[in-house]
Ligand binder design. Structure first.
Ligand code: 3SL
Length: 241
């Protein structure tokens, strides 16, 4: 198995050759998606375009759908929810389809949606993702970070490193055995340095600081939890997990 990390959707090659592609947006889209599914959402349908989300979701009964929209960290007017995983409780999500559009996370998922296997990962479901990948044993795995508007994000990179380290441990192999590109080595080094203080790292992250300014301290704390949800968001049809 060879692992590759791409820091943003823009840096991800267009000619997708991965057997398995994993999107990461720890703050907060993939944390929200994992939480919504763990809380009983029927499915998650992702959109990069908010108008398209509104149009497509019109076809669903209001009691069977929820619309989540985020831009610049804040809720989009007209949506039921923003992008806080803490809003995704079982009583809110149970049996509903979540239509979601966020600034960067949903773009990362759309970038890889043509891959044979598409997963959404965060720190909170890291172990479940690792176990799934080990079971499937794909030859090539791409980890595509959402980043922030085309730039590197610490929180996504540390999660990529956490997944890589989990795979190294589970497969009993070395870093050299699974390294596909330099970014993967950097991600593992970042995780090694911060694994005991992931929340502390978020306080250095530009998007962590942005969310703190928006009073999202509880979201940061929740998203820094490692291996707390046993859920594997898998794309079951184009754009639907
Ligand atoms: O960029 C994104 O996709 C979002 O996850 C950003 S936020 O955490 O909701 O601000």
């Amino acid at each position: 198995m060879k692992l590759y990390v791409f820091h943003t959707p823009e840096l991800t090659p267009d000619d997708n050759v991965a057997d398995c592609a994993i999107a990461i947006d720890v703050l907060r889209a993939t944390s929200t998606i994992a939480t919504a599914l763990a809380s009983g959402a029927e499915a998650i349908q992702v959109f990069s375009d908010i108008d398209k989300l509104m149009y497509e979701s019109e076809g669903w009964l209001p009691e069977k759908r929820l619309r989540a929209g985020e831009r610049g960290g804040s809720k989009v007017a007209g949506c039921d929810l923003g992008n806080s995983p803490l809003d995704c409780t079982a009583d809110v999500m149970g049996g509903k389809r979540l239509f979601i559009s966020t600034t960067n996370g949903t773009r990362a998922l759309q970038k890889i949606q043509a891959s044979p296997q598409v997963l959404a990962a965060a720190l909170i479901n890291r172990r479940a993702i690792v176990e799934h990948v080990v079971q499937q044993c794909p030859e090539t795995v791409w980890i595509v970070n959402a980043g922030w508007e085309g730039s590197f994000a610490l929180e996504d990179t540390v999660c990529a490193g956490a997944i890589a380290q989990g795979l190294i441990d589970a497969l009993g192999c070395s870093l050299a055995d699974i390294t596909g590109n330099d970014e993967l080595v950097g991600a593992v080094a970042l995780y090694q340095q911060w694994k005991d203080n992931l929340l502390g790292l978020f306080h250095y992250a530009s998007h962590g600081k942005r969310l703190l300014r928006l009073n999202c301290q509880s979201d940061l704390k929740y998203c820094a939890g490692l291996d707390v949800l046993d859920v594997v968001p898998i794309q079951r049809e184009m754009g639907v997990l």
